[in-house]
Design a protein around this ligand. Sequence first.
Ligand code: MN
Length: 233
Amino acid sequence: MEFEVMPEFVFQPPPPVTLPVTDGRLFPVRRVFCVGRNYEAHTREMGGDPSREPPFFFTKPADALVLPGQDTPYPSETTSLHHEIELVVAIGSGGASIQPSGALSHVFGYAVGIDLTRRDMQAEAKALRRPWDLSKGFDASAPIGMIAPASAIGHPASGRIALSVNGELRQEGDLADQIWPVPDIIATLSRFVALAPGDLIFTGTPKGVNAVAKGQVLEGEISGVGTLRTRVV
Ligand code: MN
Protein backbone atom coordinates (compact mmCIF):
# COMPACT_ATOMS: atom_id res chain seq x y z
CA MET A 1 0.00 0.00 0.00
CA GLU A 2 1.30 3.41 -0.96
CA PHE A 3 1.00 6.51 1.10
CA GLU A 4 0.79 9.87 -0.59
CA VAL A 5 2.76 12.71 0.85
CA MET A 6 0.47 15.27 2.45
CA PRO A 7 0.65 18.44 0.33
CA GLU A 8 2.16 21.45 2.06
CA PHE A 9 -0.01 24.36 3.07
CA VAL A 10 0.67 27.55 1.11
CA PHE A 11 0.68 29.27 4.50
CA GLN A 12 -0.09 28.08 8.01
CA PRO A 13 -3.87 27.80 8.50
CA PRO A 14 -5.12 30.05 11.29
CA PRO A 15 -5.82 28.41 14.63
CA PRO A 16 -9.52 27.74 15.34
CA VAL A 17 -11.45 30.49 17.10
CA THR A 18 -12.16 29.20 20.60
CA LEU A 19 -14.21 30.58 23.47
CA PRO A 20 -13.55 29.87 27.14
CA VAL A 21 -16.23 27.85 28.93
CA THR A 22 -16.89 28.53 32.60
CA ASP A 23 -15.89 24.92 33.39
CA GLY A 24 -12.36 25.56 32.10
CA ARG A 25 -12.76 23.91 28.70
CA LEU A 26 -12.63 25.57 25.27
CA PHE A 27 -15.54 25.82 22.82
CA PRO A 28 -14.36 25.73 19.17
CA VAL A 29 -16.45 28.16 17.12
CA ARG A 30 -17.67 27.19 13.68
CA ARG A 31 -20.12 29.84 12.39
CA VAL A 32 -21.92 32.88 13.80
CA PHE A 33 -25.59 33.41 12.98
CA CYS A 34 -27.65 36.39 14.16
CA VAL A 35 -31.41 36.99 14.39
CA GLY A 36 -32.59 40.31 12.96
CA ARG A 37 -35.43 41.63 15.10
CA ASN A 38 -36.57 39.66 18.08
CA TYR A 39 -37.90 42.10 20.72
CA GLU A 40 -41.04 44.16 20.08
CA ALA A 41 -39.73 47.44 21.49
CA HIS A 42 -36.49 47.26 19.45
CA THR A 43 -38.40 46.33 16.29
CA ARG A 44 -40.49 49.49 16.76
CA GLU A 45 -37.46 51.69 17.43
CA MET A 46 -35.99 50.47 14.12
CA GLY A 47 -39.19 51.38 12.31
CA GLY A 48 -40.41 47.80 11.89
CA ASP A 49 -43.65 45.97 12.51
CA PRO A 50 -43.36 43.65 15.51
CA SER A 51 -45.97 41.21 14.21
CA ARG A 52 -44.87 37.63 14.51
CA GLU A 53 -43.26 37.21 11.12
CA PRO A 54 -40.73 34.38 10.96
CA PRO A 55 -37.28 35.36 12.27
CA PHE A 56 -34.68 36.34 9.66
CA PHE A 57 -30.96 35.78 9.87
CA PHE A 58 -27.61 37.23 8.90
CA THR A 59 -24.09 36.06 9.67
CA LYS A 60 -20.73 37.22 10.93
CA PRO A 61 -17.37 35.48 10.40
CA ALA A 62 -16.22 33.41 13.37
CA ASP A 63 -13.06 35.51 13.58
CA ALA A 64 -15.18 38.65 14.08
CA LEU A 65 -15.57 37.56 17.72
CA VAL A 66 -13.89 39.71 20.37
CA LEU A 67 -12.87 37.23 23.06
CA PRO A 68 -13.45 37.80 26.78
CA GLY A 69 -10.97 40.32 28.19
CA GLN A 70 -10.09 41.82 24.82
CA ASP A 71 -10.55 45.43 23.71
CA THR A 72 -12.74 46.24 20.70
CA PRO A 73 -11.05 48.37 18.03
CA TYR A 74 -13.37 51.08 16.66
CA PRO A 75 -14.03 50.06 13.04
CA SER A 76 -13.26 52.04 9.91
CA GLU A 77 -15.91 53.46 7.57
CA THR A 78 -18.53 54.38 10.18
CA THR A 79 -19.38 57.29 12.42
CA SER A 80 -22.30 55.44 14.02
CA LEU A 81 -21.14 52.24 15.73
CA HIS A 82 -24.17 50.85 17.60
CA HIS A 83 -24.29 48.32 20.44
CA GLU A 84 -26.86 45.52 20.55
CA ILE A 85 -26.72 43.35 23.69
CA GLU A 86 -27.86 39.79 22.95
CA LEU A 87 -28.23 36.30 24.40
CA VAL A 88 -25.95 33.96 22.44
CA VAL A 89 -26.79 30.28 21.99
CA ALA A 90 -23.85 27.88 21.60
CA ILE A 91 -24.78 24.79 19.59
CA GLY A 92 -23.29 21.52 20.88
CA SER A 93 -24.86 19.01 18.50
CA GLY A 94 -25.94 19.65 14.95
CA GLY A 95 -28.97 18.85 12.87
CA ALA A 96 -31.27 19.96 10.07
CA SER A 97 -35.02 20.60 10.32
CA ILE A 98 -34.89 20.38 14.10
CA GLN A 99 -38.30 20.42 15.78
CA PRO A 100 -38.89 23.10 18.44
CA SER A 101 -39.77 20.40 20.98
CA GLY A 102 -36.29 18.87 20.76
CA ALA A 103 -34.31 22.00 19.95
CA LEU A 104 -32.87 22.67 23.40
CA SER A 105 -31.12 19.28 23.40
CA HIS A 106 -28.85 20.72 20.67
CA VAL A 107 -27.71 23.60 22.91
CA PHE A 108 -24.36 23.29 24.70
CA GLY A 109 -24.61 26.59 26.54
CA TYR A 110 -25.18 30.32 26.52
CA ALA A 111 -23.18 33.53 26.58
CA VAL A 112 -23.61 37.30 26.60
CA GLY A 113 -22.76 38.91 23.27
CA ILE A 114 -22.84 42.29 21.54
CA ASP A 115 -23.87 42.57 17.89
CA LEU A 116 -21.91 45.69 16.90
CA THR A 117 -23.37 47.43 13.87
CA ARG A 118 -22.21 50.14 11.47
CA ARG A 119 -25.67 51.73 11.71
CA ASP A 120 -25.02 54.39 9.07
CA MET A 121 -23.84 51.79 6.56
CA GLN A 122 -26.73 49.48 7.45
CA ALA A 123 -29.27 52.27 6.89
CA GLU A 124 -27.73 52.92 3.48
CA ALA A 125 -27.81 49.20 2.66
CA LYS A 126 -31.48 49.00 3.62
CA ALA A 127 -32.32 52.04 1.45
CA LEU A 128 -30.40 50.68 -1.54
CA ARG A 129 -31.55 47.05 -1.00
CA ARG A 130 -27.95 45.95 -0.57
CA PRO A 131 -26.70 43.15 1.72
CA TRP A 132 -25.79 43.81 5.36
CA ASP A 133 -22.52 41.87 5.38
CA LEU A 134 -20.14 44.76 5.87
CA SER A 135 -22.46 46.70 8.19
CA LYS A 136 -22.76 43.65 10.48
CA GLY A 137 -19.92 41.22 9.82
CA PHE A 138 -16.83 43.42 10.02
CA ASP A 139 -13.68 42.72 12.05
CA ALA A 140 -14.27 42.74 15.83
CA SER A 141 -18.04 43.13 15.37
CA ALA A 142 -18.99 40.50 17.92
CA PRO A 143 -17.70 40.91 21.49
CA ILE A 144 -18.68 37.89 23.58
CA GLY A 145 -18.33 36.61 27.13
CA MET A 146 -17.54 33.14 28.49
CA ILE A 147 -19.89 30.29 27.63
CA ALA A 148 -21.92 28.93 30.53
CA PRO A 149 -22.91 25.29 29.91
CA ALA A 150 -26.63 24.50 29.99
CA SER A 151 -25.69 21.62 32.29
CA ALA A 152 -24.80 24.28 34.88
CA ILE A 153 -27.34 27.06 34.26
CA GLY A 154 -30.23 25.35 32.47
CA HIS A 155 -32.00 27.00 29.53
CA PRO A 156 -32.87 30.60 30.46
CA ALA A 157 -36.22 31.68 28.98
CA SER A 158 -36.58 34.75 31.19
CA GLY A 159 -34.27 37.10 33.05
CA ARG A 160 -32.90 40.62 32.81
CA ILE A 161 -30.70 41.50 29.84
CA ALA A 162 -28.93 44.84 30.10
CA LEU A 163 -26.05 46.89 28.74
CA SER A 164 -24.36 49.94 30.18
CA VAL A 165 -21.84 52.32 28.63
CA ASN A 166 -19.34 53.87 31.07
CA GLY A 167 -21.65 52.76 33.87
CA GLU A 168 -24.77 54.41 32.40
CA LEU A 169 -27.65 52.05 31.62
CA ARG A 170 -28.42 52.05 27.87
CA GLN A 171 -30.34 48.86 27.16
CA GLU A 172 -32.61 46.85 29.43
CA GLY A 173 -35.10 44.11 28.72
CA ASP A 174 -36.12 40.58 29.63
CA LEU A 175 -35.46 37.37 27.72
CA ALA A 176 -39.16 36.59 28.18
CA ASP A 177 -39.91 39.46 25.75
CA GLN A 178 -38.26 37.71 22.81
CA ILE A 179 -40.73 37.43 19.93
CA TRP A 180 -39.16 34.09 19.00
CA PRO A 181 -37.78 32.03 21.90
CA VAL A 182 -34.62 29.94 21.47
CA PRO A 183 -36.35 26.66 20.43
CA ASP A 184 -38.19 28.44 17.61
CA ILE A 185 -35.01 30.21 16.47
CA ILE A 186 -33.12 26.90 16.29
CA ALA A 187 -36.03 25.21 14.49
CA THR A 188 -36.33 27.98 11.89
CA LEU A 189 -32.58 28.42 11.26
CA SER A 190 -32.07 24.64 10.91
CA ARG A 191 -34.58 24.57 8.06
CA PHE A 192 -32.19 26.75 6.03
CA VAL A 193 -28.80 25.38 7.12
CA ALA A 194 -27.71 22.18 8.81
CA LEU A 195 -26.56 23.38 12.21
CA ALA A 196 -23.24 22.01 13.41
CA PRO A 197 -21.39 21.80 16.73
CA GLY A 198 -19.62 25.10 17.33
CA ASP A 199 -22.25 27.29 15.71
CA LEU A 200 -23.27 30.39 17.67
CA ILE A 201 -26.62 32.16 17.36
CA PHE A 202 -27.02 35.79 18.50
CA THR A 203 -30.73 35.99 19.34
CA GLY A 204 -31.60 39.67 18.92
CA THR A 205 -31.49 42.77 21.08
CA PRO A 206 -33.93 44.65 23.34
CA LYS A 207 -34.59 48.37 22.88
CA GLY A 208 -32.08 51.10 23.59
CA VAL A 209 -29.51 50.59 20.84
CA ASN A 210 -27.25 53.61 20.48
CA ALA A 211 -23.82 54.79 19.38
CA VAL A 212 -20.58 54.17 21.25
CA ALA A 213 -17.35 56.13 21.04
CA LYS A 214 -13.67 55.32 21.36
CA GLY A 215 -12.62 55.04 24.99
CA GLN A 216 -16.02 53.94 26.26
CA VAL A 217 -16.48 50.71 28.21
CA LEU A 218 -19.38 48.39 27.33
CA GLU A 219 -20.66 46.17 30.11
CA GLY A 220 -23.36 43.60 29.41
CA GLU A 221 -25.18 41.27 31.74
CA ILE A 222 -27.80 38.57 31.40
CA SER A 223 -29.27 37.28 34.62
CA GLY A 224 -28.32 33.65 35.15
CA VAL A 225 -26.01 33.58 32.12
CA GLY A 226 -23.04 35.86 32.70
CA THR A 227 -21.37 39.14 31.92
CA LEU A 228 -19.27 40.81 29.25
CA ARG A 229 -16.92 43.79 29.41
CA THR A 230 -14.98 45.40 26.57
CA ARG A 231 -13.39 48.78 25.97
CA VAL A 232 -13.70 50.45 22.56
CA VAL A 233 -10.22 51.58 21.50
MN1 MN B 1 -28.66 42.26 16.57
